[in-house]
Design a protein around this ligand. Sequence first.
Ligand code: HEM
Length: 453
Amino acid sequence: MNFLVFLSFSVLISITLAFLVAHYVKTKHKNKKKIPPGQLGLPWIGETIDFYRAQRNNKLHEEFVQPRIQKYGHTFKTRLMGSNTVVVNGAEANKFFMSNEFKLVISSWPSSSVQLMGEHSIMEKQGEAHRCLRGIVATSLNSSGLEALVPKICKTIEVHLKKYWDSGEETISLFSTAKVLTFTIVLECLFGIEVENGMLESFEKVLEGVFATPVNFPGSKFSKAKKARKEIENMLVDVVRKKRNEMENKQGIGEEEEEEEGILLSKLVAALIRGEINELEVVDNVVLLVFAAHDTTSFAIAMVFRMLADHPNCYSKLLEEHNEIMSSKRDDENLIYEDTKKMMYTWQVTRESMRIFPPIFGSFRKAIDDIEYDGFTIPRGWKPIQPYVYVPFGGGPRLCAGYQLAKLNILIFVHYVVTQYDWSLVIPDEPIISEPLPFPSKGMPIKISPKLK
Ligand code: HEM
């Protein structure tokens, strides 16, 4: 009997031990993730200071990324602003992360950006909600929407040139004036909202806080930005309600719900009336689109002119393209959408200038699962960053929604300027600073004069 008890006890102990060993081996294996090499540095701060220093000098690749690639390889870890981060590099990395949006990664912007752009904006939407909103935005940016936008953009550029380029001043700031132009094109041409005094200043105040530390004490960049955001929100709520009333009244008298071609506000309000989105979603997305377009397009414009100044042979070739388009038109005849398709060389110059001076340095993403990549594990919750050097408009489901509008804005503006004005850079090697969005440190002054006919 005693022997039987002893035997059963031994068998039980052996099974338990075997189970524990198996569990230990399995857990050990599971926990033995191969985290990418690199330095996490001090708690919270990590390598943030080095990162910002390199970024401010617009030398993120040369001073931060490249030395670490040499030391650790193409995939390395770091810690930025409290987040464990993995920097991934190269075309494969772009392909992998862009095609795994919503599956392995989701966008994860800094808290200040989310608070200022709005929690309901497209950049905060995931999966189906994102797809639905993108569908609405895309209706104004498809080819018939774009076709309708071209005459409006031409008109806006003509008015802009008269005001800033024909003002009698010999020198103007190309970057600052391009910002006014981009703002007007997005607000008036895309949304159909008239720009009023003080609006641009309020939007710019918000933009100044988008990457600031989210501390809301009086006088801080962030609190000023929050205040400006509230003013913009109030203004936009009035605009949206007015539009809704107009559209509902038209429906009430038996007319088709009016959705003007290319006017994004009417598409968003139509979706609001249909109950697909709510009022806050309309407001947050107007704000987001203005910001998404603002510094990016203006910086791209400025850098095209920098490229042309640096490469006179490219400028001559580009000029030929525009003179040829002009020669096929009467003096009073405006550009049409088809003309912009002929500006292929100008677009190549633009793409090359965005490769050298990318308007957006990279993406903000968060791993929603452990990710096996390049022989390493990127643990859930860590942030993969991929520099957007060769993909200025991103890719995958979050490919820039305004890519075609940015293209029209740049091409048409370049057309008007190079065919009507002589210009030269005042500071040919003006430093570019990033905070974290890049800008020419002196606003890119240029000397201008009307072309002699
Ligand atoms: C040269 C100008 C521009 C550049 C370089 C640019 C670049 C980008 C990039 C890289 C992304 C992807 C961000 C990410 O992966 O998280 C993006 C997204 C976006 N862009 Fe642009 N952009 C430009 C102009 C515009 C314009 C003019 C608009 C609209 C008026 C616009 C609207 C958007 C929107 C709505 C998104 C978010 C898309 C989404 O999350 O589905 N962008 N842009």
